[in-house]
Design a protein around this ligand. Sequence first.
Ligand code: CO
Length: 132
Amino acid sequence: MLEEIDHVGIAVNDLEAAVKFYEDAFGAVVVHREVIESDGVEEALINVAESYIQLLTPMHDESPVAKFIAKRGEGIHHIAYRVDSCADALKSVVSHGYEAIDPLPRPGSRGTTVAFISPKSSFGTLIELVQE
Ligand code: CO
């Protein structure tokens, strides 16, 4: 069911500084940028083979990423697994008695369909399911 690691989400205060670090240190290339209004974040995606690093910065204090940084500081925010069907994967999680944050799949960035699983169920790691 888990096809690939789609991306690792990293919460940062200064998106431009974080992008500059990856560009300078690793010659990395930003392949996509997007403001995701529903999550209150701006992202920069950096390509790593078939996966991405997703640098995320909050747009305002109510953003879940702002709350994450306030509580735990900058750093790894979530891991995203690529799945064939977000709906099927979400059903599997819920039908086995585990807690989803999103009751139904919803639009993510770059035209994907996503759903988040609660870290309470997944041993402290926020999991995102991504269907391309
Ligand atoms: Co993500």
